[in-house]
Design a protein around this ligand. Structure first.
Ligand SMILES: [Zn+2]
Length: 128
């Protein structure tokens, strides 16, 4: 059966991939301890939780609407292609400040040059 979460490579959890490497670095004599190991594990757990939340939301939507896995995959591909490349990555674009027209990083809420608030394009980059 077609499954969007496997198509995008989430069949193997990031926790599986990072957890194995991080756990090994903690107590073995195979090399120096990785100071980022705890961050890897915490990040992996967070990604796993977000993946489960996305899966739960999708299954609720699928079960209560006429949308299908194919619809979900088509939408994911459409979003992936918005940056011009079907590579499974979201590449955020530099925007120009509405006040001074200088370039502002995609994750900045304010212009670094003049301090103007940057307009949010979607709920996903809106500050709370
Ligand atoms: Zn500005």
């Amino acid at each position: 059966m077609l499954n969007a979460f496997n198509v995008i490579g989430l069949g193997l959890t990031i926790g599986d991939a990072l957890g194995a490497a991080s756990v090994d670095s903690g107590g073995s004599n195979s090399g120096p301890a990785n100071p980022m190991a705890g961050h890897d594990v915490a990040l992996a757990r967070r990604v796993d939780k977000l993946t489960m939340a996305c899966m739960a939301m999708w299954e609720l939507i699928r079960d209560q609407t006429t949308l299908t896995e194919e619809d979900l995959i088509a939408k994911m591909r459409e979003i992936d292609l918005r940056d011009g490349s079907e590579d499974g990555k979201l590449t955020l674009r530099v925007r120009n400040c509405p006040a001074c027209n200088r370039p502002v990083g995609p994750r900045s809420d304010q212009c670094l040059y003049c301090g103007a608030d940057m307009p949010s394009e979607t709920a996903f980059n809106k500050s709370l």
